[in-house]
Design a protein. Structure first.
Length: 120
């Protein structure tokens, strides 16, 4: 049996998840934030939830060098959450249950950038 439901997440929870990923959870594959358009947000992790964006420079799993570039905005975060909910239910449950950590944040950011877990 498949049950589909809608879950509302506060923008602050998503900003916190991005913060955790950018400040530690994903540092082994994320290299730099550039081309910021924060739209009034103070930090990169808050920008997508205020209508802003930034470009994430990261390792490219196909070439094994720092050639990956991904625009992170609200739409990308929403898509990443959907991927996480469908493919990585344990990590998504940790987010919903407020039992998330740096690993949960890393999985979220990988879902945003790659659409799947590539690293780890």
């Amino acid at each position: 049996m498949i049950v589909k439901t809608t879950i509302a997440l506060d923008d602050g929870r998503i900003s916190d998840l991005l913060c955790s990923a950018l400040e530690g959870g994903s540092n082994y594959w994320v290299r730099k934030i550039t081309d910021e358009d924060f739209k009034g947000a103070e930090w990169a992790s808050e920008a997508p939830m205020t209508g802003g964006s930034f470009v994430l420079l990261h390792d490219d799993p196909e070439t094994d060098d720092m050639t990956g570039r991904t625009l992170i905005n609200r739409d990308v975060c929403e898509h990443g959450l959907q991927v996480m909910a469908e493919k990585y239910t344990t990590h998504f449950a940790d987010l919903i249950g407020e039992n998330d950590d740096a690993t949960t944040a890393d999985v979220f950011l990988q879902c945003c950038v790659f659409g799947e877990i590539i690293y780890g």
